[in-house]
Design a protein around this ligand. Sequence first.
Ligand SMILES: [Ca+2]
Length: 88
Amino acid sequence: MAIFNQFDTDGSNKITEENIYFAMQKFGHEIPRNEIHVMIKQHDLTNDGVLSYEEFKAIFVESGKPVMEDLDDAFAGRQGPAISSNLV
Ligand SMILES: [Ca+2]
C-alpha cells in the first residue's frame, strides 16, 4: 500500500503519532496531536502505541470505501487540498 509508505517516512514499518502528524502536514492538513493520538489508540490492536500496516489499513477499509477516498473522508472538513491530488 503506497499510502503506508507516505506515512512511514522512516521506514520502520510502524506508523507513529509523529509519522501521521508530519505526513498530514505535508498533505496540507493540520491535525491536532490529540486527535491523532485517539485515532491510533482506537486502531492499535496490539497496544504498542504504533500502527502496523494491518492496523493502519483498518482505519481506511473499515467503512468499505476505497483507501484514498476514505483517507479524504477521514480528514474531511480540514483546510487544504484533497490528499489524493497530492499523491499523484
Ligand atoms: Ca500496534
